[in-house]
Design a protein around this ligand. Structure first.
Ligand code: G
Ligand code: G
Ligand code: MN
Ligand code: NA
Length: 254
């Protein structure tokens, strides 16, 4: 209850912050986007990572107003980067199941895009497999509607939930993110390498962008590059950066 109260206060007192982790196109050698990741600048405890409070935001319903704050803030920040980035540079925003199930998700997103003067193709929403499987018909309709407005769709943590290949066939995803659990031991675990090769083959056949997540070492990046993986994200390339850091990073011409 105390933490819940503190989270309410955090929103009112503007204590949430967005960090941004670069997503690299390793073949073109450029940045193709950033993923927004929330933090809580606690008055006494310092920077609190989302793993410690996202769950409570979700169960209390606070994720709805906080989710709107996240989009508004990220879209505003984009205007600081716009001069430095390519036409297809995208902002990836994680959506929680509670946001995805809210009946007004689509009009809310469209309104915030409009208020922020952000073109829909800049936004890529990340959802997990578990969201998709909860109500397949409703998901289908919502994803089709998002796509018809030009918003991009990304399947996060691919391979860790109740994946079904039929979801990839049926739903209009643009991007598939290979979970870190498959990339972390890729050099030493042939089965992980085989899974990644299969995902890459499938993804290419479906014309998806594929992002390998959690790349921490050059050797992993090289191995994935040799397998034909085009987009990567992870500490090897960059940790999540504050707004000031990412703005400077982009301005330097990365
Ligand atoms: O940054 P970190 O690895 O601690 O993130 C932990 C989890 O919190 C990840 O699963 C991530 O997707 C989730 N998360 C981070 N930022 C956001 C956000 O802005 N919105 C939602 N819904 N989830 C987020
Ligand atoms: O569930 P999702 O993929 O949205 O979670 C992203 C989380 O993964 C972020 O909290 C981010 O801090 C974390 N992350 C990003 N890159 C790396 C990495 O290279 N190694 C590890 N261990 N975590 C990472
Ligand atoms: Mn994510
Ligand atoms: Na992920």
């Amino acid at each position: 209850i105390q933490l819940e109260h503190a989270l309410h206060q955090a929103l009112e007192k503007d204590e949430f912050l967005l960090y941004y982790q670069p997503i690299i196109d390793v073949q073109a050698g450029r940045l193709c986007g950033v993923e927004a990741l929330i933090r809580w600048q606690h008055p006494f405890q310092g920077l609190v990572p989302p793993g410690l409070f996202i769950g409570l935001l979700e169960t209390t319903g606070l994720i709805i107003p906080v989710g709107e704050w996240i989009m508004r803030t990220a879209f505003q920040h984009f205007h600081n980067w716009a001069p430095a980035v390519d036409d297809d540079f995208r902002i990836a925003i994680n959506l929680s199941p509670q946001q995805f199930q809210a009946p007004d998700l689509l009009p809310t997103i469209l309104r915030i895009l409009e208020e922020s003067s952000l073109a829909p193709h800049r936004l890529e929403v990340e959802i997990t497999e578990n969201i998709v499987m909860q109500n397949v018909t409703a998901t289908q309709n919502l994803l089709n509607a998002l796509q018809s407005h030009g918003i991009r769709l990304s399947m996060d943590d691919f391979g860790t939930g109740y994946s079904s290949l039929s979801y990839l066939k049926t739903f209009p995803f643009n991007t598939l993110k290979i979970d870190r659990s498959f990339t972390k031991d890729i050099l030493h675990t042939p089965k992980d390498a085989a899974i990644i090769q299969a995902i890459l083959l499938l993804g290419n056949g479906f014309n998806l962008n594929i992002i390998a997540e959690g790349i921490e070492e050059e050797s992993q990046a090289r191995c994935l590059y040799d397998l034909g993986c085009r987009e990567m994200q992870g500490y090897w390339f960059s940790h999540p950066l504050s707004e000031a850091e990412i703005t400077a990073f982009l301005a330097e011409g990365n």
